[in-house]
Design a protein. Structure first.
Length: 271
């Protein structure tokens, strides 16, 4: 088994998994073996440098950084269980508000979106899922494969053609790397998706537990230029952030483990 620093490096270089998947990997490692506070701080420095926008990692750091080393496994286990329970509650609530046999349009890869739509499928309430590639790392393709393995019909398309599929969807649903009082943070491309949902007058929901609620986020890192254009000629600068902010006003609702979060709840939970 790798040590905590090795785990942190694996998490830092992972561009395909959702933030809760990466948080689960970290927490399981903290549960399994004794970790000193020095090791923990060193590991978190690596993770937060690579993923400064992931609110759940900042929440883990806040919960564990001040406690004695011997208490880390217990606290990590409690945090992990609360994440799992939150996903279950989000799924149960969301099931209560979806229509019969809807077609969902989603984007990128989110473990919460996956678990929620899996739960709805198990209750025989999904007609189809529409999802795009998720360039430049194509994590949307991995999410599509995971849905297909469940037996859910999936339409996979290019990111740039999602607008052509908006009228075919009954509901739009995305995850989030952070929820703040004014906006959500999610992978670049979420804003166009939100605008498509509003253009088509279709409901748009973000699914995220309170582990993602935070007062403010850091500036997004930039995508490696070579992922946009390999060896660009002189005069061309390939630029794109990894994540972007989307105003909460564009969403029909933010669904968390206690139901639908309004601005008041978000303010209270991010203090």
């Amino acid at each position: 088994m790798e040590n905590l620093i090795e785990t942190a490096k694996i998490i830092a270089t992972n561009k395909l998994s959702g933030s809760l998947e990466l948080a689960k990997l970290l927490l399981e490692r903290l549960i399994q073996n004794s970790i000193t506070t020095v090791e923990f701080e060193s590991a978190m420095e690596i993770i937060l440098k690579a993923h400064p926008y992931m609110a759940v990692m900042r929440r883990i750091h806040r919960e564990i950084s001040h406690i004695p080393s011997e208490d880390i496994p217990v606290t990590a286990k409690e945090f992990l269980e609360s994440m799992k329970n939150a996903q279950k509650k989000i799924a149960e609530y969301f099931l209560s508000i979806v229509p019969d046999s809807p077609t969902f349009l989603t984007y990128s890869r989110s473990s919460t979106v996956f678990e929620v739509l899996k739960f709805i499928h198990e209750n025989n309430r999904i007609k189809k899922i529409i999802i795009s590639e998720g360039r430049p790392d194509y994590e949307g393709i991995e999410q599509a494969r995971a849905f297909a393995k469940l037996g859910i019909p999936v339409d996979l398309t290019m990111d740039s053609s999602l607008g052509s599929f908006g009228e075919k969807a009954d509901m739009f649903v995305v995850g989030a790397d952070a929820i703040t009082p004014g906006y959500i943070v999610n992978k670049i491309g979420t804003l166009p998706l939100a605008l498509i949902a509003n253009f088509e007058n279709k409901p748009l929901y973000a699914l995220a537990s309170t582990h993602k609620f935070i007062s403010e986020t850091h500036k997004s890192k930039m995508i490696s230029p070579n992922k946009i254009l390999h060896d660009p000629p002189s005069g061309i600068t390939p630029l794109s952030p990894v994540y972007e902010k989307v105003r909460i006003s564009l969403f029909t609702g933010i669904i968390y483990e206690h139901g639908k979060a309004g601005i008041r709840e978000i303010h209270q939970l991010t203090k």
